[in-house]
Ligand binder design. Structure first.
Ligand code: ADP
Ligand code: MG
Length: 286
């Protein structure tokens, strides 16, 4: 395209709330075959809320809150909000440790406490009943956080984050254009599949460690050009690796810096709009 056509294209994008940092990105958009989405804050609203507590509610929440007080994870915020709503006070924790992609650990009242997913609690044995309950909650698209004290699971907390209103329509538009859609998330496979089903995403890559998102993007690039849509700190490498990095305007600064396109309105339907913009920009001069 001529520089003028590119300027017109990026100008039109800006008016629609689609910020294109460099006109050349617009050309890449034309050739995208696969659109990969982060889950939390991209497909979902990103404001998870506690829906169920299994076990002694006060004990489970006060132990979990003792640890999550020191965490900045969205799941930690959900747990702290629930504890506050129920006027549950957190005990003091020492030796706090955050394990990326797994959860948090600390000592509370002399006990070794862990709050996180099945990778974190690892070999701590669980009753069949609790496991069945956990799977049921996960199939309902709820993220399960286990609470363990001294190698015994004392309960679990189910946390839900709902899809944005327009996510489903956005995915349908992309699929209608013949694009492949993929969800890439650190969350559990059952939860990821349940959310993917709700919005119509074809393929799910779950249980991905924060540092591994970019590698998965590289693998998908074997089938053609890839656009990655994300918002988080841990999405930055995937945003840079993708042929087209699309950051949510509500995202972290580092995600916005890493994306070639920024969706100011945080509306996933703007991914399809960016595609149309690219087609128009390049057809005009052919
Ligand atoms: P994502 O940003 O895709 O949700 P993360 O890598 O941040 O993925 O987290 C992956 C998983 O690790 C979470 O779904 C959760 O099970 C667990 N986890 C991470 N941090 C915490 C925390 N502070 N409390 C409880 N669980 C956590
Ligand atoms: Mg996210």
């Amino acid at each position: 395209a001529t520089p003028t056509a590119l300027m017109v294209g990026t100008g039109r994008g800006a008016k629609m709330g689609i910020l294109i940092k460099n006109g050349e990105v617009l050309e890449e958009v034309n050739d995208v075959k696969t659109v990969v989405f982060d889950k939390t804050g991209t497909i979902t609203v990103g404001k998870p809320e506690v829906t169920d507590v299994i076990g002694d509610t006060d004990q489970v929440l006060s132990l979990a809150a003792a640890l999550e007080e020191s965490s900045e994870h969205p799941l930690a915020t959900a747990i702290m909000n629930e504890a506050a709503d129920k006027a549950i006070t957190a005990e003091a924790a020492t030796n706090f440790e955050a394990i990326r992609g797994e959860g948090v650990k600390a000592t509370v009242a002399g006990k070794s406490v862990m709050v996180g997913n099945d990778k974190l609690i690892g070999r701590v044995s669980m009753t069949k009943e609790l496991e069945t309950k956990a799977h049921q909650l996960q199939n309902e698209a709820k993220t399960v956080v286990y609470v363990a004290a001294d190698d015994q699971i004392i309960g679990l907390i189910a946390i839900q984050d709902t899809p944005k209103e327009t996510s489903k329509a956005a995915i349908a538009e992309l699929k209608a254009k013949g694009l492949e859609t993929v969800m890439l998330t650190g969350d559990n496979e059952r939860v990821a599949k349940a959310i993917a089903d709700q919005v119509g995403i074809d393929k799910v890559i779950a249980d991905v460690l924060p540092g591994d998102k970019a590698d998965h993007v590289k693998q998908l690039q074997a089938d053609g050009k890839v656009a990655f849509v994300g918002d988080g700190i841990n999405d930055a490498p995937a945003l840079s690796t993708a042929d087209v990095g699309i950051a949510m305007g509500s995202g972290t600064d580092i995600a916005i810096e890493s994306g070639g396109i920024v969706l100011v309105k945080n509306d996933l339907r703007d991914v399809a709009k960016a595609l149309e913009l690219s087609r128009k920009t390049f057809n005009r001069i052919k």
